[in-house]
Every structure is written in C-alpha cells, then in structure tokens.
Design a protein around this ligand. Structure first.
Ligand code: NAD
Ligand code: DAU
Length: 353
C-alpha cells in the first residue's frame, strides 16, 4: 500500500481517485483538513475499503511513525502543503510551519522507519515529494523553460517554503540515502480545485455575475496542466523514476492570464449560454512580487519515462467547466463561511486598478 499526505486537497484527492481506479493498491490518506482539504473530494471512495482516511498533521511525528509501523507502505507521496501564493503574502507563518517544518518532520520519521526496514522492503521504499515550478523564480519573455538544472530563485513566501522543503528532500537522500523522488510541476487546473486559484475563482465569479479580477495587466504567463495528467506523471515517476532525481512536469500550454480568462469565458458561454461573460473582466491591483512568467521544459520526463500530457488546454478546460457546472453543490459547500472572509481580505474595496 501507499501513504498519501494532503489527499483531501485538489491534486491529492484527484490522485487518490485516479490511483484507486488505475492501480487499485490500498491508500492511507493523511490530511489535516485545513480550509483547502475537503472530504467531499473523496465522496466517491467513502465506502471503498482500499481507502483509509486519517485526519492529522504531517508534522505529528508520533502519528506518522505509528502509521508507517502499522501499514508499512511501500511509498510516501507528499502532497500536503499550504499552496496559495496570495495567502502566503498575507500570512507566511503557516507556510513555514507545514511546508518546511512539516516536511522536515515527515522526512525525519520516514528516515528512521526506512533505516529499520528489512532489505527487500528497503529496496522498494520511495519518498515522492510533490513540488512546484515556482521554486525556479520568474522567466523573461524569451527565456527557455525551467529544466531540472535551473537554479532555484523563489520569490514568494510560498515558493521559498517549497524550495526549502525540496532542499531538505535532496539532503535526506545525499546524507541518509533516503530513496527520494521530487516532481516540480506547473499550474494545475481541473475538478475539485478550491476557488481561490485563478480558474475556479473565475468560474465561480462568472456564473455568479461578479467581476473577474485579473491582476495587473493580465500579461503574466503560466504553463497550464490538467490535473489528471499530473497524476499520471506522479505514477510513472513513482514506478520508474531514478532515485534521487527530480522531474519537471508541465503542459507545454503557456497562456497569459487574460488569455486564460477569455478562453474560460468562451467555453462557459458555449456550455451555459445567455451572457457575454467577458464583460465581467476587471483589472485589479497586482499581486506584490508577482512572477511574470513560468514555463516548464518537460523533456526529461518524456525521454526517460515516456510521459506526455494527454489533454490540450482547450479540452482540459472544457472538461473542467463541465465538472464545475455539474457539481454546483460542491462549489456552494466550499464557498460558504470562511471563504467570504478570504475574498474580502484579498479583494478589498479599493483594489481595483
Ligand atoms: P491544496 O491546497 O488544494 O491541498 C493541500 C492539502 O494539504 C489539503 O487537503 C490540506 O488539508 C492538506 N494539508 C495542509 N497542511 C497539512 C498538514 N500540515 N498536514 C497534513 N495535511 C495538510 O493543494 P494542491 O493544489 O492540491 O497542491 C498539492 C501539492 O502540489 C502541494 O504540495 C503543492 O505545492 C503542489 N503543487 C500544486 C500545483 C497547483 O497548481 N495546484 C502545482 C505544482 C505543485
Ligand atoms: O506554478 C505552480 C503553482 O501554481 C503552484 O505551486 C501553486 O500552489 C498554485 O497556487 C499556482 O500558483 P499561481 O500563483 O500561479 O496560481 P494562482 O491560481 O493563484 O494564479 C494564477 C495566475 O493568475 C497568477 O499570475 C495570478 C493570477 N490571478 C490569480 C487570482 C487568484 C489573477 O489575475 N487574479 C486572481 O484573482
């Protein structure tokens, strides 16, 4: 079996559902259920005996040691993190706590566990750390995409905390021989993404007839990947990735934010006609320290492991819009209560550019 952390969040939950459907091996899912974690994401496997949910923190050494001893997973896949850049600007401490201190505790407990395993289990064991392209900083308009040898240059408290975690993962391999793998992925989108991130936030505002708040001039570029393609990449890295290596994962789908929002408006117009959603686009005050451009060079994972994305940006976005339209109850549940506090903090009156 495998131990997944952060498996009630966006990518983690998609991974667990995908894993049980494609591989079928049992999963223990450790998640603290922060505002971003949602058991509704796992409703489809609620009664599936192959899935065991445990509410807890990756920084709880006793709990993690107990889970490792009880279940003896062949792999730990670490998705658990604080993930929203804007929140890291308003409150960085939680990012240091989970992404740095929490990952450190998880690594340390894994190291002790690994050291005591019998040889056959030791040979199979993997610690796969899920990271981001944001650790590489920002690209100029004509620069080549980030490769695995690009120097780290994180610019936000979020990316700095992920970079710190990546360095710890690397150090635990070099110093203690922990069999680690790291993936650095570009921007994901798809079903079950919390509507603080660009695409679900724009969907939510569009159908509610609210402004679509594009930061700055809308010219910042991201490289978009459908979440199912990210899950497939993690599966191949886990099965065939070389221990100690890092793999960059991206969609080869660079778009400016304005292009993303306009495409979303067009697709939404096709699936839920009756309004020109583009008219709701509003330019608002920019994010402080906003990275201008990210792009991934995914040559290594393609060449070594044969991975390539299946969805194009248009096909993935159409599937995503369909999912959100068909799952309005999910969206309503996650946008009640605390969500309003976040929206009024980040999009305060006067933020319009
Ligand atoms: P998310 O915010 O949707 O989910 C994070 C999950 O981690 C939540 O379920 C939360 O409850 C849980 N969690 C937070 N702190 C925890 C702790 N201390 N202990 C246990 N669980 C905890 O995030 P996501 O978008 O699904 O991202 C998952 C991982 O992928 C993160 O490590 C992130 O850095 C990385 N990543 C995300 C993207 C993206 O575009 N979303 C791209 C590249 C990499
Ligand atoms: O690149 C991978 C990263 O992608 C992940 O590591 C992060 O966890 C994930 O949050 C994401 O970071 P971004 O900051 O790129 O994603 P976000 O969805 O917050 O924003 C995407 C772009 O859209 C960014 O340039 C900021 C802009 N934006 C975002 C929001 C929420 C807007 O213009 N308006 C908005 O309201």
């Amino acid at each position: 079996m495998i131990l997944v952390t952060g498996g009630a969040g966006f990518i983690g939950a998609n991974f667990v559902l995908d894993w049980l459907a494609q591989v079928g091996e049992p999963v223990v899912n450790l998640d603290r259920l922060t505002y971003a974690g949602n058991l509704g994401n796992l409703a489809a496997v609620k009664d599936d005996r192959r899935h065991q949910f445990v509410r807890g923190d990756i920084g709880d050494r006793g709990l993690v040691a107990n889970l490792l001893e009880t279940h003896r997973p062949r792999a730990i896949i670490n998705f658990a993190a604080e993930t929203h850049v804007d929140r890291s600007i308003h409150g960085p401490a939680a990012f240091i706590e989970t992404n740095v201190v929490g990952t450190f505790a998880l690594l340390d407990v894994a190291r002790t566990h690994f050291a005591a395993l019998p040889p056959i289990e030791r040979a199979q064991f993997r610690f796969l750390h899920v990271s981001t392209d944001e650790v590489f900083g920002s690209l100029g308009p004509d620069e080549a995409g980030f490769s695995e040898t690009t120097a780290y240059a994180p610019n936000s408290p979020y990316s700095a905390s992920k970079a710190a975690a990546d360095h710890l993962v690397r150090a635990y391999h070099h110093t203690y021989d922990l069999p680690v793998l790291t993936t650095n992925c570009s921007n994901n989108y798809g079903p079950r993404q919390f509507p603080e991130k660009l695409i679900p936030l724009m969907f939510h505002n569009a159908v509610a007839g609210k402004p679509l708040p594009v930061y700055g001039d809308g010219g910042n570029v991201r490289d978009w990947l459908f979440v199912g393609d990210h899950c497939a990449a993690i599966r191949v890295v886990l099965e065939r990735g070389r221990v100690g290596e890092t793999y960059n994962v991206g969609g080869s789908a660079e778009r400016t934010n304005l292009e993303v929002v306009e495409t979303l408006c067009r697709i939404l117009g096709e699936q839920k006609p009756g309004r020109d959603y583009r008219k709701q686009i509003t330019f608002v005050k920019d994010r402080p320290g906003h990275d201008r451009r990210y792009a991934i060079d995914a040559t290594k994972i393609g060449r070594e492991l044969g991975w390539a994305p299946r969805e194009t940006f248009d096909s993935g976005l159409a599937a995503t819009v369909r999912w959100y339209l068909e799952n309005s109850a999910w969206l309503a549940a996650v946008t009640s209560g605390e969500y309003h506090k976040w929206v009024s903090l980040n999009y305060a009156a006067g933020a319009v550019a």
